[in-house]
Design a protein. Sequence first.
Length: 374
Amino acid sequence: MTPRLFATAITATLLTTSLPTRAADAPKPKPPGRDPHTAGYVTAKELPDSAVPPADADGNFIVGPTHPKAPELTVNESVPQGQVFTLTMKSEDSKIYPGIAREPKTFGTPDPANPNKLDVTTSHPAPYTRRVGVYVPKQYVAGTEAPFIVGADGIDKNLFTALDNLIAAKRLPAMIAISIGNGSGDAQGSERGLEYDTMSGLYAEFVEKEVLPLVERECSVKLTKDPDGRATTGCSSGASCALIMAWYHPDLYHRVLSFSGTFVNQQWPYNPATPRGCWEIHQHLIPESPAKPLRIWMEVGDRDLLNPNVMRDDAHDWVLANEHTAAALAAKGYHYQFSFVVKRRPLRRQHETAVAPRSAGVRLEGLSDLRGNE
């Protein structure tokens, strides 16, 4: 699932047009807001607008909505500019992901005998081409092993700009960023859904065996093998993928940055070992597994609350899934940070932006201890 934009406001003319009233024309319910102090919400420290928790803080935080754009996301020609390579990967060259697709305008249907299982009959083999963007900082020393971050859903120019500024300010080490495009589609039956929502280490293994060697070869860099020097990041299903990568392969990754993580049941094909997909992370996997050496940053906003009809099934509530994951991490003693963005007052449309742009610098600064093997 890609980051969502707020819809354009309906004009006053349309709102006041006189039309016959029919039941079908009844207004749709507004997406619910949520008071983060109600029962069931994780106990959190409330921060004023424009404030975000420091990168090294553990625990839960409530942050306001009216943050200015993070200064690290503005291109600054006075600092060293990294080089960006664009690589291409084809499904025919992959031994792990040969490619699938779901027919347009088709969807799966719930299995009547198992509400956690979705039957998808219109998915079939299909080729894909993906692009991989690789950012190499100007400060990278040829021949040394560098720390790096792997991101989902394609080339992320904002990330590259932030790294230019943060590395120049010595708030981050000279690290490489690898933005990997998905294999197309979304949700169950698609290549993107297969890659990002599957509860296994397969995607991390795909990155390790097929992406990283290509990056080292084509970009003339060396990437650290130290998991303390490796991070994952993503938004929505890409954020789920980031956590799944580290969860199943803590031997490869110790840092996770998650924005609006879709920690719900979108896994396909059905796996009886994890019948509720990514919902299992907080329900069973974190509580029932030995603690892993992970540091996790999560952010989600009440704009991600679904409409009331969908929310009746809590397994499909983005916000609740993030809350439960935070609570599970806290109970297990993990180093983690969970921030929930709330609308405290009416906002102008330009302020209703995603969480990542206004706090990207702080979140990335949490990676300042990434280690390479120089």
